[in-house]
Design a protein around this ligand. Structure first.
Ligand SMILES: Cc1cc2nc3c(=O)[nH]c(=O)nc-3n(C[C@H](O)[C@H](O)[C@H](O)COP(=O)(O)OP(=O)(O)OC[C@H]3O[C@@H](n4cnc5c(N)ncnc54)[C@H](O)[C@@H]3O)c2cc1C
Length: 422
């Protein structure tokens, strides 16, 4: 038992037992550091368990800085090269976890995301990390501000005191613990029921670190115009498209839902979309639509446009497109369409403009764009450039990956960089 007012002392306290926090704790503890992890939820690693449809897309064979969005696109490079996808794959293999490659180099567990969480917990157990759940971190107090780094007093009490509530909301007890290195790994705002929290931003603001505006990423779109009812009618229909916005393009599946549009194509482009933007959808990404229509006109002039399009597009979608783009020519043979009209229709098929009214927001977003501004953080160690011993890792930082295992790779890489030096 500690005397009243005495701190529980650790070399390192990690806030948040998600992907980044657990991995950083294990890496630091493997170096002989005494590490405490404080987790608000009743269980650790909730997002890991839900990730990749329960199979956790834990990394990707092809990781480059171009797969990440950040105010400073170079920031992620040092960490990604210090701890690569190959390093994490080697760890997964050393634990005998079966995994498989899906398209675009995405790696998933063959059995369950629980394998990745069990691996992280085993690494923590091996090196005696203390993990405490139901610890809601409420604040951080810098100890002896102004004391010299090397002073005996600072060395004795640590640099930071963490204040947290222990137990359930009804019967929470105020507690605190002190450390020399404090690692903020509280993640971001997405999906509050899986631990989404603004605590990391509050700590950053407390220490006057700049923040980049946050918004939901990897998130479905909604509509308020005629698209709303069209999506409802097409709910469940999926097709491969090329989608573009603000100079970025992805060729992936688009899925109509009763709320709007989703699927990998939409999630990817949502990272680039800003309110008011239209997104451009090429419904026939594998074809030169105009050439194809012209050739069909010559070779099969009696066919209806609707019938022809059904060879490449879902029937229900073609009916909706006909009502939008050629309702009065619905019964016309392809041979009776002028070439100019076919060019116009090809333009619509290859460049359907959709104007979302909003995204579904943090309730369903897989990630949060923005966060702690990387200009205030060392790209080699993840330490604040002003506050010694204060580190930020994972999604709380202004680094967001594309869909495809990149967000977990960022969690592992940034966690490793900090874990090596805390
Ligand atoms: C449904 C879903 C599926 C996903 N699938 C994938 C995928 O397959 N591949 C991929 O690469 N990415 C995926 N992601 C994104 C990925 O899960 C995150 O980028 C990653 O988990 C971020 O790791 P983190 O450790 O920074 O944050 P988190 O994993 O969110 O961990 C933060 C932890 O901090 C805790 N915390 C918050 N506030 C406090 C507080 N005040 N006190 C104490 N603890 C606190 C939270 O409870 C949480 O456990 C998915 C996300 C979601 C929501």
């Amino acid at each position: 038992m500690k005397a009243q007012g005495e701190h529980a002392q650790f070399d390192v306290i990690v806030l948040g037992a998600g992907a980044a926090g657990l991995f950083c704790a294990a890496v630091a503890a493997a170096r002989g550091r005494r590490v405490l992890v404080l987790e608000k939820a009743n269980k650790v690693g909730k997002k890991i368990l839900m990730s990749g449809g329960g199979r956790c897309n834990f990394t990707n064979y092809h990781v480059t800085a171009e797969n990440f969005l950040s105010g400073n696109p170079h920031f992620c490079k040092a960490a990604l090269s210090r701890y690569t996808q190959w390093d994490f794959i080697a760890l997964v293999e050393s634990h005998g976890i079966p995994y498989e490659e899906r398209k675009h180099g995405q790696l998933f567990c063959e059995n369950s995301a629980a394998d990745i969480l069990a691996m992280l917990l085993e690494e923590c157990r091996k090196f005696d990390v203390t993990i405490e759940v139901r610890r809601d971190v409420r604040g951080v107090v810098p100890l002896r501000p102004g004391a010299k780094e090397s002073s005996a007093a600072t060395t004795a009490v640590g640099r930071y005191r963490v204040e947290y509530a222990q137990g359930t909301a009804a019967g929470a007890m105020g507690k605190h613990a002190a450390c020399h290195s404090l690692v903020v790994a509280t993640g971001a705002l997405s999906i509050p029921t899986l631990g989404g929290s603004g605590m990391g931003y509050e700590i950053a603001a407390q220490f006057s670190l700049p923040l980049v505006e946050r918004r939901a990423g990897l998130v479905p779109f909604m509509f308020s115009d005629t698209m709303k009812s069209l999506c409802e009618r097409l709910s469940g229909v999926a097709l491969e498209v090329e989608i573009s916005c603000r100079g970025q393009s992805f060729t992936e599946n688009l899925l109509f839902t009763h709320r709007g549009v989703s699927g990998p194509a939409i999630l990817q482009i949502s990272n680039y979309w800003q309110p008011g933007d239209a997104v451009t959808v090429n419904l026939l990404p594998a074809l030169n639509a105009f050439q194809w229509l012209l050739e069909a006109k010559r070779a099969q002039g009696n066919i209806l446009l609707r019938t022809l399009l059904q060879r490449h597009l879902p029937k229900a979608l073609v009916s909706e497109l006909q009502a939008l783009w050629w309702p009065r020519e619905a019964g016309r043979r392809l041979a009776d369409f002028g070439d100019r009209r076919l060019r116009e229709l090809a333009g619509q098929l290859g460049g359907w403009q959709l104007k979302p009214s909003a995204t579904e927001g943090y309730r369903t977003a897989e990630v949060t764009l923005g966060g702690v501004d990387t200009s205030a953080i060392s790209s080699k160690t993840m330490e604040s450039s002003v506050h010694a011993g204060l580190y930020f890792i994972g999604e709380v930082l202004d680094v967001t990956g594309h869909l495809g295992g990149y967000n977990f790779q960022w969690a592992w890489s940034s966690a490793f960089s900090a874990g090596q030096v805390v």
